[in-house]
Design a protein around this ligand. Sequence first.
Ligand code: FES
Ligand SMILES: [Fe+2]
Length: 425
Amino acid sequence: MLETFSKKLMQPQNGLLDRKIFNDSEIYRMEQEQIFARCWLFLGHESMIANPYDFITGYMGEEPVLITRDGKGKLHTFLNMCTHRGNMICRAEKGNNQSFMCTYHGWTFSIDGKLVGVPGFKEVYFEELDKAKWGLVEVAQMDSYKGLMFATFDSRAPSLIDYLGDQKYELDLSVDRREGGAEVIGGVQRWVMKANWKFAVDNFGGDDGHHMITHGSVRPVVIDGKRWFNAYAEQKDPNNRMNMGGGWITEVDSSGKPLNEMGYMLGKYEQEHQKELRERMGGNPALNTMRGTFVGSIFPNMSFSSLRFNFRIWLPKGPDKTEVWHYCIVDKKAPPEIKSMIRLHLTETFGPSGNLEQDDMNNWQNSTFTAKGIVAQRQPMTILAGLGHDKEVPVTGTKLRAIYIRWAEMMNAASWDNVSINKSR
Ligand code: FES
Ligand SMILES: [Fe+2]
């Protein structure tokens, strides 16, 4: 169906990508239609709109949306667009409100999307305007997985649980660690980078090969506190293969002793709740390979890391521009000082001031920049690592190929019948 990328260059199953897919406006426009207008997209966590009449604004692909909890507690997602002449009906990031009045001509919508007020309804519209027809445009499906809210514009999309598949187990490692689940704290950090959204998604989703090189400059000044913590835990219990989370990066002195309290306190918190974590996560198949921590992406543009307690969405803003929205997520039951330490730890490592984040962005921006060249586009990009050995060693290349096989599948699929998703798990 899609002829915009070269069949010769674009063979993800053979480890080849058409470089054009990372910097081309026609392909970008197709992505909006084939991917963002159809797939389940991440909206945030329910704790961000915990009370009746709470709302947040966000984006699904490039479309601005308004996410609300109505007076009965039901969740809604609407296009953040007045049905009169298209002005955005809400400009705030978050709040609590029973209705939204458009600042252009004053049409007013209730929190559950109904058109409830039209200036001049009698004098100008002669009471003939059918208000029931002109409520806010609501998404086709909205659902939550353990507090994580998703929506899709496509009524034919499979259910959220089918769409998530086995990734639900990986999400559990972040959102179901303790009784009461998780909550987002500290608002949303946002920034823009001049990179194609897919570089970020594939980096979190499968580019294991970059750690030692890209983040090489961070390693000499800090150590991964998780190793220190795991070593401690395993010394006490050699069979302990389930250290949930706890990927703290801690500044150390020359003997490896942590210089501040953070690593120690967070390690202690993990240790204290090992029993509860073990019980909750006992049947989780993701633990066998991941030892309780996980970094991944949910197609198309959400990434998460139970290792660093964060979620993010990579919002497409053009073929070479992405806006990142980054959330800190913690156990709801954790004491306030631990939540605060997790937030500080996350700010140190990820987000616009994060030492690891900055390493990553620089590379993605350069890869996006070079992908624009006419001569460069004659050369395929390679994701060849482990090709032909996927079952023996599922290394970085295996995961990257899987991401781009799904991308090409969505770009080509006329309907969900042509997309390989197992139903009814
Ligand atoms: S555009 Fe909203 S009231 Fe006219
Ligand atoms: Fe990285």
